[in-house]
Design a protein around this ligand. Structure first.
Ligand SMILES: C[S@@+](CC[C@H](N)C(=O)[O-])C[C@H]1O[C@@H](n2cnc3c(N)ncnc32)[C@H](O)[C@@H]1O
Length: 240
């Protein structure tokens, strides 16, 4: 008889940002397949008998292919028991959740999805920035800065990204940001539009750098750290 899979969003890294349901599923799991960004102290909630399997994908490093990860998930679930698939932030945001769901459905395996605190919301909270602002920011958009090959996606909707009435959060943004900024300036976004680079959000080495689009594009064309980071831009409220 097949087991059951819980997709669990681990939040941005600080174990105190796990939900109660996430902790419950981690304690109950027979096996946990986890990403790089959802490891560390979060895994201390796992039972001592659980198999802990790292399946992390990180830019610029050799990583397991997605179809191998999906197959491994199916194999663990078919062996029976309760499998947790632990993904950073919220598993439905740039987590390739759909591919793993498809694999489970094709194999007839039941699952549930436990939401998590996305790094986008955690970054905004850490910097004391509301993602929406009455009259100023009527929309929030979460956008990936890279495609499957690591390049700037060619089909980004530049007018939406240059909309002064939106707050934009770029995931995996750093390598392609200078090229994106150039396109956005040509589409009408002002170079002094406020921007925030948030790295290692919720970790002890978190950094939050307030800057402008033009200054950040210049900075990232010279130097990029390997820390996980997000870029927020728009009419970001100033920290007092
Ligand atoms: C594959 S995506 C997963 C996003 C995740 N599902 C979420 O909701 O936060 C990985 C990217 O999320 C962002 N990210 C995740 N955790 C982060 C953190 N603690 N600090 C900064 N950025 C983070 C980075 O842009 C990273 O490259």
């Amino acid at each position: 008889m097949s087991g059951f899979v819980s997709f669990v969003g681990s939040g941005p890294g600080d174990p105190e940002l796990l939900t109660l349901k996430a902790v419950d599923r981690l304690k109950a799991a027979d096996a946990i397949l986890f990403d790089d960004l959802s490891s560390g102290p979060i895994l201390e909630h796992a039972s001592a008998k659980a198999d802990l399997v790292g399946v992390g994908k990180r830019a610029g490093r050799p990583s397991p292919k997605q179809h191998h990860v999906s197959q491994l998930l199916v194999d663990y679930a078919k062996a029976g028991g309760h499998v947790v698939r632990l993904k950073s932030g919220d598993s439905g945001i740039f987590g390739r959740l759909e591919e793993e769901i498809d694999a489970l459905r094709a194999a007839g395996i039941e699952f549930e999805i436990i939401p998590g605190v996305t790094s986008a919301c955690a970054a905004a909270a850490a910097a004391q920035i509301p993602l929406t602002r009455r009259l100023l920011a009527r929309r929030v958009q979460f956008v990936t800065g890279h495609d499957v090959a690591g390049a700037l996606p060619g089909d980004l909707h530049l007018q939406s990204l240059a909309d002064p009435g939106a707050t934009t959060v770029l995931f995996m943004p750093k390598r392609t940001f200078p090229a994106l900024a150039e396109k956005l300036f040509a589409t009408g976004l002002r170079p002094d539009c406020p921007a925030l680079l948030a790295e290692n959000v919720s970790h002890p080495d978190q950094t939050l750098q307030r800057t402008t689009m033009a200054a950040l594009a210049d900075q990232l064309s010279n130097e990029i750290s390997s820390a996980p980071g997000l870029i927020l831009f728009g009419e970001l409220a100033e920290t007092p």
